[in-house]
Ligand binder design. Structure first.
Ligand code: SF4
Length: 348
């Protein structure tokens, strides 16, 4: 049983983050924010695959101003990702941004923060203090462990915002190194009441990046830490969203779409089970119902191992048994297995 850390809920556009709200899945567009049609197109794709909040890179004035046109074409809340220039944050707010991400490593000047906070407060727009291990502000304890320096950077900026009577704050502490990231979030968890946005930064290509993210984000979520997540992958952003839901589904924190249980195959397998599982997976990608489907290599272990599955196949020599809730309902030849399984899923 996971007991979530208590955090102050925030509203980002129409989405609540923190408090009792579900763990929210975020991603970031990979289009040039100047290219409004391409950015709208990618945000729509992201919405379709389950993304709930999207961040866009704001690297100049034109990108900040594009937000208002982008927002007209989408329904997801938009967070403007700001580095170096606080004036871009002000422009993004004027353009209707639903949230801001500021990096304390490159926007730390008190007067500049005060201007951004005043504008965000007026619009009730939350600000994420987005600490990144690669761009930390100077620390009075330069030899302190990296996780502590990350936490110090976040706490200093949170204090600055609190002194300005602003508490619509969310915090992230991202590093590539998983133990450092986990340690940083653990250190800050009971020091502030704000929602925490989890992620392993620059996690890499889809396979290694998803594993790295699942370990870091998974450890923290299991400890009840985290209100929103983003899996950072060198891939299409929908791959990030799919990986995020796999993490949440694995911990029983969210349900979205089907879950495929498939055996690793072994010397007992007498059909092309990998091809079969891939064909079933391709079909499942098109449906959004939370159904559990099992593709198992043999009747000895199949139904038993996948007894939690709603529908499944347990294969034998050139044939397979279709089962529902662990009970065999019929047997079909290998070449008809995918078709029969799909028919059974649709009936279910
Ligand atoms: Fe092997 Fe059967 Fe287990 Fe698949 S389900 S790994 S075929 S024993």
């Amino acid at each position: 049983m996971i007991h979530r850390r208590t955090s102050l809920p925030l509203r980002i556009g129409s989405v609540i983050v923190g408090g009792d709200a579900p763990i929210i899945v975020q991603s970031m567009t990979k289009t040039d924010t100047h290219d409004i049609p391409a950015t709208i197109g990618q945000i729509r794709e992201l919405e379709e695959c389950g993304c709930e909040i999207v961040r866009v890179a704001v690297r100049d004035k034109e990108a900040a101003e594009s937000i208002s046109a982008i927002k007209k074409g989408i329904s997801l809340p938009v967070i403007a990702d700001i580095h170096f220039d606080y004036r871009l944050a002000l422009l993004a707010l004027q353009s209707g941004s639903d949230g801001l991400r500021l990096n304390p490593g490159n926007i730390g000047d008190r007067k500049q923060i005060a201007k951004v906070v005043a504008a965000a407060k007026e619009r009730e727009v939350p600000i994420r203090i987005g600490v990144n291990a690669g761009s930390l502000p100077p620390n009075f304890e330069p030899d302190a462990p990296l996780a502590k320096r990350m936490v110090d950077a976040a706490l200093a900026q949170a204090k600055l915002m609190e002194d300005l009577d602003f508490n619509l704050i969310k915090v992230s502490l991202k590093a590539f190194d998983v133990p450092t990231t986990v340690q940083a979030y653990q250190l800050i968890a009971d020091k502030i009441p704000y929602p925490l946005h989890l992620g392993i930064t620059e996690a890499g290509l889809p396979q290694s990046g998803a594993i790295r993210s699942a370990i870091g984000i998974g450890i923290l979520l299991y400890q009840g830490i985290g209100d929103t997540i983003r899996v950072s992958l060198t891939a299409h952003p929908c791959d990030e969203v799919k990986a995020a839901y796999e993490i949440l589904k694995s911990l029983g924190l969210r349900q979205r779409g089907p879950t495929l249980v498939s055996c690793p195959t072994c010397g007992r397998t007498e059909v092309d089970l990998i091809a079969l599982a891939e064909a079933v997976n391709k079909y499942l990608e098109k449906i959004d119902k939370p159904i559990k489907v099992a593709v198992m290599g043999c009747v000895v272990n199949g139904p038993g191992e996948a007894k939690d599955a709603d529908i499944g196949i347990a294969c034998g020599k050139s044939k397979g048994a279709i089962f529902r809730k662990g009970k065999v309902v019929r047997t079909v030849p290998e070449e008809k297995l995918v078709e029969a399984l799909i028919a059974e899923i649709e009936k279910f």
